[in-house]
Design a protein around this ligand. Sequence first.
Ligand code: MN
Length: 272
Amino acid sequence: MRLFRCACHSGLSYWSNVARAPADVGGGTRALPRSGGPVDASVLHDLAAASRILADQGVVDAFGHVSMRHPSDPNRFLMSRSLAPALVTPDDIMEYDLDCDCVDAQGRGSFLERFIHGEIFRKRPDVMAVVHSHSPNVIPFGLIDTPMRAMFHNAAFVARGVPVFDIHEKFGATDMLVGNSEKGVALAEKLGDKDVMLMRAHGSVATGPSLPVAVFRAVYTEVNARLQFQTAMLAGGGNIAALDAEEGRLADEVNLKSSARAWDLWKRRVGF
Ligand code: MN
C-alpha cells in the first residue's frame, strides 16, 4: 500500500491509499509509475485549452494531440485520454512516465501515438510541450523533395530546417502510426534539435519551450505550408525569397515573446 496523490483530476486532486496494480506491458508486468506530484488546476485547464485551440485553428480534427511536461517532474508528462481534441476537458488529462505508461488511467484509454511525446520529452530536455497533428496543408511537404521554408516572420522557426520522418526507412511497410517506443525513438532522433518535423504521409510534430509556443508553432506550420503552396504556384519555378537562417533566428526571438498574445486570443475564442 502506498499513499499517492492523483494528478488526473483538475482542481480536485485527492489522496488515495490504494495498492498499485502492476502494468501489463509488452507481455511482462512492471509496477505502474509513481506520480510526479500534484498539478495545479490552471495547468490542466491550459492543456485542455491548448487541445481546443488546435481544433479551433484547424490544426487537429478528430485526431491529433498535445502534451506538456509535468511542471515538477521532468520524467513525467501530461496528456488527454484518447479523445477528439475539441472535446478535451481538464478532467481528461492523465499523467505518463517517459515509457508512456499511465500513472493512474482509471480505465480510460490512451492515445496510440503517445510515444511521439514520451520519446521527444526523453530526448529533448528543452522541450516542454509537443503537438502532433495531421494538419492538411502540411502533408504535401512530407511527400516531396522540396523542403519547407519560412514564408513569413511568424513561421520563423521553420528557417532552422524541417526534417521529414519517414517511418518506412527503418520499419518498412507499417500502418504509419508511431505506436511503440522504438518508433518514437526513431522519430525523436530524426527531429534532432529542430522545432518542427514532418512525418511522411502522416502529419507533423511541433515542439516548444512552453505550451503556448508549441501551439503557436503548430498553428503557423500549417499557415506556412499554405503560404508556401501559394507562393510556389505564383513563382512558377522562380526564386522564392524566404527568410534565411539569420532572419529566422532573429524573428523567432520575437515570436517567443509575442506568442503570448496569440495564446490569449485563441484561448478566449474557445471560451477558456
Ligand atoms: Mn498521427
